[in-house]
Design a protein around this ligand. Structure first.
Ligand SMILES: [Fe+2]
Length: 197
């Protein structure tokens, strides 16, 4: 159930540019699938006319997903996630590559490693990143287990481009991980935090 944008809108332009970027062959580079979408998305994040008020609407109960576009052949989808303060995802991974751009506010992303060396599977935090308005991140399975949470006192909105048909799947989430979280092993060191200037 794609929600098509109005003809000629900035969102239409973004979708067209994503489509074109995905058609460009990698020409022998070892570029990860969908990675070329990052620059396309970044160019639109600081424009206030990208989303309508309806597409920015939040939900008091949980972070909200607005499906903005589903490519007819199912090769990619564009989704907005809207967060109120304190809202967060479960710990999860994905069925496909994803490019994430912050449109409003800020998100904190915690990446995890799944450890099952002693028959008691658990998660270990591996990295914490604060992503602010205008920044773009990329993830690609496997090894993409993470949790995302709002990191501001106001509205946070992120744009997600998925390499899959989210309309058919309902979500890009492959699996949620309801496992114990243990501190990093000494060999891994402490959780890394973004460098401070
Ligand atoms: Fe995710």
């Amino acid at each position: 159930m794609p929600a098509p944008s109005s003809r000629g809108s900035r969102l239409d332009t973004l979708v067209r540019e994503i489509r074109d970027a995905l058609r460009i062959p990698a020409e022998g580079r070892s570029e990860q699938p969908g990675r070329q979408v990052s620059d396309v998305l970044a160019a639109h994040l600081r424009h206030d006319d990208l989303l309508t008020d309806e597409q920015l609407a939040a939900d008091q109960a949980a972070y909200r997903q607005h499906v903005l576009h589903i490519e007819p052949d199912g090769t990619f989808s564009v989704v907005a996630l809207v967060w109120l303060p304190g809202q967060h995802t479960p710990i999860h991974d994905h069925v496909c590559w994803c490019v994430i751009g912050i449109y409003r506010g800020a998100e904190e992303e915690i990446r995890y490693q799944l450890v099952d060396e002693d028959g008691s599977p658990h998660l270990v935090p591996a990295d914490v990143t604060a992503n602010h308005t205008g920044t773009v991140t990329y993830l690609s399975p496997p090894g993409d287990i993470h949790e995302v949470r709002s990191a501001t006192d106001g509205l946070t909105v992120s744009l997600h481009v998925y390499g899959a048909d989210v309309g058919r799947l309902g979500t890009s989430i492959r699996r949620c991980y309801d496992l114990p979280v243990r501190p990093p092993h000494a060999a891994l060191g402490a959780v890394q935090r973004p460098a401070r200037p």
